[in-house]
Ligand binder design. Structure first.
Ligand code: ADP
Length: 473
């Protein structure tokens, strides 16, 4: 752990396992209550000085961290592949995406503008400035174990907040490597603290209840996010939540189904489907289903599944046994209720894959609203295809979910695409675009997908208060 600029080994520890091989890849401390208190004291004390630094000083440190991250990108990607499982090339892409947030917020730090507002009174002046909210408790997930850290820490630090990070218990080694980078970049002791814990609720409760933490930022499941939000509400804390998703993909009749299948196979099987923006309901017009499913299934079958450290691997393992069981259960439920399998549909165990949690890239068609997979987030490499008859029903079907994070549209017609964007209740919409994400673009969802936005100009606002000064002259 990294508290107040120092490395702590702690007493008890827990092991980190490679989901592709079952090997132990590391061991990290299981924090005690005293460690949590030490991190709170450190972050609270450091805040008093950190908030008084200039944006230029904070920017320079973020810029330095960006340089260090890029210099160590191969090493970071290897750590990620070993503890999280994604193919090395995908891990490298994530490290780049993660570094982008450091650069973006090194720049945004200098653009935290206030405003002057005309008053109705001749002798009054209104001046608004921005102030950092204070100590931030950050909880990050295992599926994007580096970029979710920088997406939170970069804007928080740029704003002048100090941070206590609690990474997911499956991927603490990525967090440790990032703490090394912040340390080497020269962030003052206590501005960045990283605590690792096996039972995350212990830290979550403190983040919600301790008065010194003024802001909670969380990425993870809707179930946990809702609970944390309820607890934090009792103490009226600022909260940002990036939660689950159940992205629809709308393939309009004017789109080329083969082209759409190519794009959707790339985004569906990215990170083994373990992404909150992964397409989970693919709507294709009945006449086009054959052409679409043939292409999607052929791509699924060609994907090389294995250890992400092998150069030819295109799809890594799921994170753990529980994930494997959830995916299998959803597929079995769909098949029992009449869906048809075009590819995959089972766990992979040959050639040593039984040591890890591998599930074959799967394509299901004939999926209907009666099936679990139609409503529940899958977080696995399963592409469910749903046939529709008329375009009129499409938007209603796509919006028929408690989630509102990402949606994808395939159409060659500008009016169709525009109306789809306007009609979809989702925070992120890719139009013929399978990667509508960037440090420069706002990321976040509606409905049960959470609140607040990360990245972009908005990202830093989550860590700022507005302070109004009224002057009577
Ligand atoms: P997932 O199902 O994707 O693992 P979780 O919401 O369980 O999603 O995990 C996301 C993050 O939330 C991880 O860092 C995890 O340790 C943390 N977490 C899980 N349960 C709690 C909790 N009760 N309080 C605080 N953090 C939690």
């Amino acid at each position: 752990m990294y508290i107040n600029g120092e490395w702590l080994a702690g007493g008890n520890s827990f092991v980190v396992t490679n989901p592709a091989t079952g090997e132990h890849v590391g061991q990290v401390p299981d924090c005690t209550d005293a460690d949590i208190e030490a991190a709170l004291v450190a972050a609270d004390t450091a805040f008093k000085a950190w908030k008084k630094t200039t944006a230029y000083e904070r920017s320079a440190l973020l810029y330095r961290a960006w340089e260090l991250m890029l210099a160590r990108k191969n090493e970071l990607a290897e750590i990620m592949t070993r503890e999280q499982g994604k193919p090395l090339k995908a891990a490298l892409n994530e490290v780049q995406y993660g570094a982008d947030f450091l650069l973006w917020f090194a720049e945004e730090a200098k653009r935290v503008y206030g405003q002057t507002i005309p008053s109705g009174r001749l002798n009054q002046r209104f001046i608004c400035s921005k102030a950092p909210v204070g100590v931030v408790g950050a909880i990050t997930p295992w599926n994007y174990p580096i970029s979710m850290i920088t997406r939170k820490l970069a804007p928080a630090l740029a704003a002048g907040c100090t941070v206590i990070l609690k990474p997911a218990e499956a991927t603490p080694l990525c967090a440790k490597a990032m703490a090394e980078i912040f340390h080497e970049a020269g962030f003052p002791a206590g501005t960045v603290n990283v605590i690792t814990v096996q039972n995350p609720a212990r830290v979550g409760n403190v983040f919600c209840e301790d008065k010194r933490v003024r802001k909670l930022t969380f990425t993870g499941s809707t179930l946990v996010g809702r609970e944390l939000n309820a607890n934090a509400a009792r103490h009226l804390k600022r909260v940002s939540l990036e939660l689950g998703g159940h992205a629809p993909a709308l393939v309009f009749p004017d789109a080329n189904p083969v082209y759409a299948a190519k794009g959707l196979s790339l985004v569906k099987f990215l990170n083994g489907g373990q992404a909150c923006i992964s397409p989970n309901r693919i709507f294709v017009q009945r006449d086009q289903v054959d052409a679409f499913v043939t292409e999607l299934a052929s791509r699924a079958k060609r994907l090389v599944v294995g250890d992400g450290m092998e150069p030819e691997t295109g799809l890594g393992p799921l994170i753990n046994q529980q994930a494997l069981e959830k995916v299998s259960a959803q597929v079995e439920d769909a098949l029992a209720q009449g869906a048809t399998l075009a590819a995959g549909g089972h766990r992979l165990t040959d050639n040593g894959l039984d040591r890890g949690y591998f599930y074959a890239p799967t394509v299901l068609y004939g999926v209907t609203p009666a099936m679990k997979i139609y409503h529940e987030e899958t977080f696995g490499p399963v592409a469910p295809v749903i046939a529709y008859d008329t375009v009129d029903e499409l938007l209603t079907m796509a919006n028929d979910t408690e989630y509102g994070l990402a949606a994808y549209v395939y159409s060659q017609d500008i009016t169709t695409a525009f109306k789809a964007v306007e009609g979809l209740d989702f925070g992120i919409i890719g139009v013929n675009d399978i990667n509508p994400t960037s440090a420069a673009a706002p990321f976040g969802g509606m409905k049960n997908s959470g609140m607040g936005r990360e990245g972009a100009r908005e990202g830093i606002e989550e860590y700022l208060e507005t302070k109004l000064a009224g002057f009577a002259l």
